[in-house]
Design a binder for this molecule. Structure first.
Ligand SMILES: Nc1nc2c(ncn2[C@@H]2O[C@H](COP(=O)(O)OP(=O)(O)OP(=O)(O)O)[C@@H](O)[C@H]2O)c(=O)[nH]1
Ligand SMILES: [Mg+2]
Length: 365
């Protein structure tokens, strides 16, 4: 391929020159105006300069292929960018749908049920799933009948709730872990009273909570009132020693509350769990917690390998639906529910409560 420049007074003249020399298949690469003649630009004239070339057959063929390729690749790129735009639009629509309330999807009374499930702590998609099934299996007339609706809801809620009565005999080692202020120490005192008075088993209370001076004192006060031996443990090794010595009595171990955000402190709890090897690790969770915070607690504390849940402060909330739904995901049983500050009375074995009924009441209220 040979490039040639043509200079002419105007474009028409330049084109005639190009055509005469390179033929009518010539390709124009560039045209521009240039000044020629004169001195330091004075007295110069404006000309048209055309740069052109003629391709031989082979290069022409190649150029065609190349241009097709570029066309394809350009359109592929365009398609790709359109696709990614569509994808991101779909994603954001999806996010909005799942976080926002999907209203108007159901006819009454199903829409009302959906609203109450969400209001009581269920996520939009969870509520939607339940109501979709309800509306498939019953007519709107049936759903207005309280008894029929509550039976249908029960079948959903029963699947969500898992409870288990804990047996402390033969003597078990049980540890209570969880976030700060959820009621670990108070609940341990309630369980201790239950074991001593109802099960009549020998037991020792141990605390690992040496971070606050008042913490060990709080536990000791409970232990003294109940005439139960009490020990304070300062290191994981001491914990190991005690745990391997105690064989014929129940060991109830209290721990310091840890914020779920404090990964290091939760790891420390895990190291105690590994040393002591308790038969039962109760993760104590507060029913008044917001759903997201509850999920955060469950996720973070799962490293300490809990075996059972204790749901506290149900007396302080009008809804346990969200909390129970959050626990379901971790498929551990709820062993105790506490419903007040009163030691030793305000504690119930979870398997003695009809939790699905409480949930139904919340929805049908
Ligand atoms: N309303 C109500 N209050 C409770 C319940 N259980 C415990 N509490 C109260 O919650 C507060 C904290 O209880 P603690 O037992 O000290 O909680 P903790 O988890 O040991 O706290 P830290 O050791 O600081 O992490 C106290 O005022 C208890 O009386 C309950 O079931 N209902
Ligand atoms: Mg405590």
């Amino acid at each position: 391929m040979e490039l040639k420049k043509f200079l002419a007074a105007n474009m028409a003249e330049a084109m005639i020159k190009v055509k005469n020399e390179l033929g009518s298949d010539a390709v124009i690469l560039q045209t521009r105006r240039v000044r020629r003649g004169g001195f330091l630009g004075i007295g110069s004239k404006v000309f048209v300069e055309v740069t052109a070339f003629r391709e031989d057959d082979q290069s022409d063929h190649l150029r065609k292929k190349e241009s097709t390729y570029f066309k394809e690749s350009e359109s592929t790129n365009e398609l790709k960018s359109e696709l990614s735009e569509i994808k991101s639009t779909l994603k954001s629509m999806n996010q909005r749908l799942s976080s926002a309330k999907i209203s108007g999807n159901f006819s009454e009374p199903f829409e009302g049920i959906y609203d109450r499930l969400v209001e009581k702590g269920m996520k939009s998609e969870e509520a939607s799933k339940i109501v979709t099934e309800l509306s498939k299996n019953m007519s709107t007339v049936e759903a207005k009948n309280k008894e029929k609706l509550s039976a249908a809801l029960r079948s959903h809620f029963e699947k969500m709730v898992k409870t288990e009565k804990v047996k402390f005999s033969p003597p078990k080692k049980a540890m209570l872990i969880g976030p700060t202020g959820v009621g670990k120490t108070t609940t341990l005192a309630k369980i201790a009273a239950m074991i001593k008075m109802k099960e009549r088993q020998p037991l020792t209370i141990v605390t690992l909570d040496t971070y606050r001076i008042a913490a060990a004192q709080q536990m000791k006060t409970y232990a003294d009132i109940m005439h139960i031996p009490f020990k304070v443990i300062y290191t994981p090794d001491e914990a190991f020693e005690l745990s391997s010595k105690v064989k014929d009595e129940v060991l109830l171990i209290d721990t310091a509350g840890r914020s779920q955000k404090d990964e290091m402190k939760i790891t420390e709890i895990s190291s105690y769990v590994q040393k002591i090897k308790p038969d039962i690790v109760f993760l104590v969770v507060d029913a008044t917690k917001k759903r997201e915070d509850m999920e955060d607690v469950l996720r973070r504390f799962s490293v300490a390998a809990p075996t059972h849940f204790i749901l506290t402060k149900v007396d302080e909330t009008s809804s346990i639906l969200g909390a129970v739904k959050a626990l379901e995901e971790f498929s551990l049983p709820i062993s105790f529910v506490t419903n007040g500050q009163n030691v030793p009375n305000d504690i119930i074995n979870a398997d003695e409560i009809d939790i699905p009924s409480l949930m139904i009441k919340e929805v049908l209220k």
